[in-house]
Design a protein. Structure first.
Length: 311
């Protein structure tokens, strides 16, 4: 065993940061139930550089899926959010792009960006404007913009403006991600964006399987009491739920995770939420699959091909 890559995991981190290597999978994925990493582990701003390095550490992200170490990057980015570490935004965006199919990153980085706050707005806006970014990570960045607006009301107008620009013709946004932009605007109650939203639907530039059609959006925003036309055929879950591909595609699902369609992010679905989803889409969930079996490691090929900072 001597000299194996596993022996090198976590080398060189400051003592308080090293504690994150042995926590393992979190007991809760709700941001309100995250541990207070600063109080519990003595993390301070002087540890930000080490936390960034841990969050983006390729060896840790590729560690054995059953190890404690593979979860250390997740604890590191949570701590960076709690520290409101502005200097972490660009490295975390690089991580997001490199780890585009990593479920934990997709689920939690929007919250981290929201915690960091206004300093993350400009980098996120630039990230969204970069058309070379994969569709899968664009939706995560959109959620980050929404989280900032929700947590920092003074930034709401700026964040709504970014989301609205994603619906403009010149943005050439993938229709599914345009749907996620509308989803974010609904969550923010952005009635002021309705003209841009209507125009996007008028141009057939928004995938209705994300939030429904324009009448559904108007109802969600409180602009109409009910439908004036028959509802189109689609599968849509309410805001706060999880958007999935059509039912036929879901039935091709394996191991309880909906298959990825072009533009659809692979979302982590903790066991506590799977029962609710099963009632809507029975083929989605595998009740025998433990939450701990969810993929956390980033595929080696992705890390080798893309430039995320290593450890």
């Amino acid at each position: 065993m001597n000299g194996s890559p596993e022996d090198e995991l976590g080398v060189g981190y400051a003592a308080p940061v090293q504690q994150l290597l042995s926590i393992g999978e979190a007991r809760s994925y709700k941001p309100s139930e995250w541990p207070d990493y600063c109080a519990r582990f003595g993390l301070q701003r002087e540890h930000i550089s080490d936390l960034i390095r841990m969050a983006c550490d390729a060896a840790l992200n590729q560690a054995d899926s059953g190890s404690d170490e593979v979860w250390a990057p997740m604890h590191a980015w949570r701590a960076l959010g709690q520290l409101r570490a502005e200097e972490a935004v660009l490295p975390l965006l690089a991580l997001l792009r490199a780890a585009e199919d990593d479920e934990a990153a997709t689920e939690e980085l929007p919250t981290v960006f929201g915690m960091i706050g206004p300093a993350a707005i400009s980098p996120l806006a630039a990230f969204l404007a970069d058309r070379s970014n994969p569709d899968l990570v664009v939706s995560t960045a959109l959620s980050g913009v929404k989280e900032i607006a929700a947590r920092h009301p003074e930034c709401r107008a700026e964040c709504v403006g970014i989301l609205v620009r994603m619906l403009e013709p010149r943005a050439e946004t993938d229709p599914t991600n345009a749907g996620f932009a509308v989803w974010a605007l609904i969550d923010l109650g952005a009635v002021e964006a309705i003209d841009a939203i209507r125009d996007a639907f008028r141009r057939d530039a928004t995938d209705i399987s994300v939030v429904g059609d324009v009448e559904d959006v108007e109802i969600a925003l409180g602009l109409r009491a009910g439908r004036a036309t028959a509802a189109p055929k689609y599968m849509v879950l309410p805001p706060g739920g999880f958007p999935w591909p059509d039912a036929a595609s879901v039935q091709q699902s394996t191991r309880g995770v909906a298959p990825i369609r072009q533009g659809w992010p692979q979302r982590s679905v903790p066991m506590r939420q799977r029962k609710e989803i099963q009632e809507v889409l029975p083929a989605v969930a595998d009740p025998d699959r433990e939450a701990g079996s969810r993929s956390r490691g980033v595929r080696s090929a992705i890390w080798q091909a893309k430039g995320c900072p290593g450890g």
